[in-house]
Design a protein around this ligand. Structure first.
Ligand SMILES: *Cc1c(COP(=O)(O)O)cnc(C)c1O
Length: 396
């Protein structure tokens, strides 16, 4: 048989981690890597946070899973902390980001359809977006490479240009249900929306009674220096999908909504067997306890600013390699003037520095939010050494 037991949908690299120590990963051969990928913005407390581990251990010994047919003291508690710290009035827990976005899509459609507007089922989404890999979430993205082989797509998505308010406005019609947008595109290349764009979408949504649904699966949960990125745009969304960092490494996602936005999400309309299980709730609670306070958020902003300032100085030394730095907090991208992927591979294989490649020839920096000065120093040492001995591959 030629096929591998692990379905070969990922081109996996030679790094095979077996252990994590704070901001480092150790592979099968004992090689240590500095982890500036964090499982793609997941391990925000690093790999060995005692509070997170303790909470999971304790809950695993007590009660791991029960059905959502029963009352959930654990779920009520975590939902209450999300409600207390965000715009939301109500929360649905999922096991992944794509499911959180699915819930957001259903919530936006149900907002209209539960009020009799059956035709209002279209969401306007944006170029270079990434919302997950389920049928609905690939349909929500204009990236055809994710569609190939999986047609037909789900109906009800119209693609506008990211950060271009006029192109979004032009797509509004009688069937529009709302907008679905990442405030800062992650896979698309750490591209932050402008204030004017998100404020403009909010105004359009108010004017036409549309839902503004944000996909904060990557940029949410303290990553940008506020608990959610929308706070920095001075807008209040109707619906937010969150996941990745919220479990700190345990699979957890959530769809947050206002009471008004959730008017269609009534008994029996939605569900999940695993979603909101006590073990996931314990992990989510430990993460919220660690990050949802001004001291922690200020430390993320401070480290983000310091890294950004140094990066901007650093890239000036290599004007042929690097173009600019963008992002917010500890969600930073270096846009390269050459193909970013070979440089990312070089840093990984020759300097044991893990980052993430992204669209638009961008290198993503997504360190654990708990990094300290020593790791920031280590990062710049590795990056400098990597830039100094990099040979740009000749185009064939
Ligand atoms: C990762 C990601 C998703 C999908 O999350 P999964 O947990 O992989 O399903 C959705 N939206 C954004 C913005 C993401 O970065």
């Amino acid at each position: 048989m030629a096929i591998t037991p692990l379905m070969p949908v990922y081109p996996r690299c030679g790094v095979r981690p077996v252990r994590g120590e704070n901001c480092h990963l150790i592979d099968e051969n004992g090689t240590r890597y500095l982890d500036f990928a964090s499982g793609i913005a997941v391990n925000l407390l690093g790999h060995s946070h005692p509070g997170l581990i303790g909470a999971i251990q304790k809950q695993a010994e007590t009660l791991m899973h029960v059905s959502n047919l029963y009352g959930s003291p654990q779920g009520e508690k975590l939902a209450q902390s999300l409600v207390d710290h965000t715009f939301a009035d109500t929360v649905f827990f999922t096991n992944s980001g794509a499911e959180a976005v699915e819930t957001a899509i259903k919530t936006a459609r149900a907002y209209h359809q539960s009020a009799g507007a059956e035709h209002k089922n279209e969401l306007i989404t944006f170029s270079m977006a990434f919302h997950g890999r389920t049928m609905a979430t690939i349909s929500a993205s204009n990236q055809t490479k994710m569609h190939h082989g999986f047609q037909p797509l789900l109906e009800g998505f119209k693609y506008a240009e990211f950060d271009d308010l006029e192109s979004a406005k032009a797509l509004i019609g009688p069937n529009t249900a709302g907008f679905l947008v990442e405030p800062i595109q992650g896979e698309g290349g750490i591209r932050p929306a402008s204030d004017a764009f998100l404020k403009g979408l909010r105004e359009l949504a108010d004017e036409h009674d549309l839902m503004l649904a944000l996909d904060e699966v990557q940029c949410g949960v303290a990553r940008t220096g506020t608990l959610y990125a929308y706070e920095q745009y001075g807008i209040v969304p109707d619906i937010v999908a969150t996941a990745k960092g919220i479990g700190g490494g345990f699979p957890l996602g959530a769809c947050l909504a206002t009471e008004k936005a959730a008017r269609g999400m009534t008994f029996g309309t939605h569900g999940s067997t695993y979603g909101g299980n006590p073990l996931a709730m314990a992990a989510g609670q430990a993460v919220m306890d660690a990050v949802a306070n001004e001291e922690f958020l200020a430390s993320v902003r401070d480290k983000g600013e310091r890294i950004r300032t140094r990066l901007e100085q650093f890239i000036g030394n290599y004007p042929d390699l690097f173009e600019l730095v963008r992002g917010k907090g500890l969600m930073l991208g270096i846009k390269m003037k050459v193909e970013s992927r070979p440089f990312f591979v070089h840093l990984r294989d020759n300097h044991q520095l893990l980052m993430v490649a992204a669209g638009d020839n961008t290198l993503r920096l997504l360190p654990p939010l708990v990094i300290e000065d020593a790791e920031i120093e280590e990062f710049f040492e590795k990056l400098s050494a990597g830039a100094a001995d990099y040979e740009i591959p000749q185009a064939s």
